[in-house]
Design a protein around this ligand. Sequence first.
Ligand SMILES: [Zn+2]
Length: 255
Amino acid sequence: MNRRRFLQFSLASVAIPNTLLAMHTPIKSIREDIYFSLVDYRCASRLFSRLKRVQYIVGHGNFNIISFDEALLISKRYSKVGKFQKDELELFEKLFFLDASKYGFLGKKVVKDLTTVFKRKEMKKVPHTGHFLYQEDALAHYELIRKKIGDSIILTSGVRGVIKQMYLFLGKVFRVNGNLSLASNSLAPAGYSYHGVGDFDVGKVGFGYRNFTHDFEDTDEFKRLMDLGFVKIRYHKNNKLGVRYEPWHIKVVNS
Ligand SMILES: [Zn+2]
């Protein structure tokens, strides 16, 4: 195994022991990948579990748009969640404010304020999906897609705040043994996702997780999306930014 490089902000830089590695499927990584140190990895595990408990309290739908401050409030109010520990909050903030290019993600930072609050009035919860869309551009765009293609196409992910994106990102990091570089190759770190500003994902009804794989490209729904010109790809195949090409992602915000 190559010598591991760790994220610089950490206090410790010791390799993750095999006992922790054994919990995950080893994935071949490139030489220069950046990993969580063991200290950060353990802290991130606690942070992830706590976020999961926040999700349990507020519900899957609301968790998508909960703000950082709301999550803190929930953690104080519900003993089942338990207060965020100092090191967990420090790690959260460091990860949010750190330039993600340090571990290889070269996409643009689109949400710069950690405490961004979504205005519920500006959004609509889309029935039967558990996801939210901005009332103006995104919702109109989504409704037009459904009108043209039909009920077999469905919203699979809408607006996502900093808390939800951090939760998804950490989940991904754990699945690749604490490798931040590899994780960011298939999921934007918190602050870097266009889901924070209006983009959304669609899929085929009943297609499950395969909607988030290249199998989606073989569906009639995808072909119709392409034929009708709805898919404006955010990150093209083999882009130089280190970001995965996602045919299911609908670009709403032009930037
Ligand atoms: Zn997406």
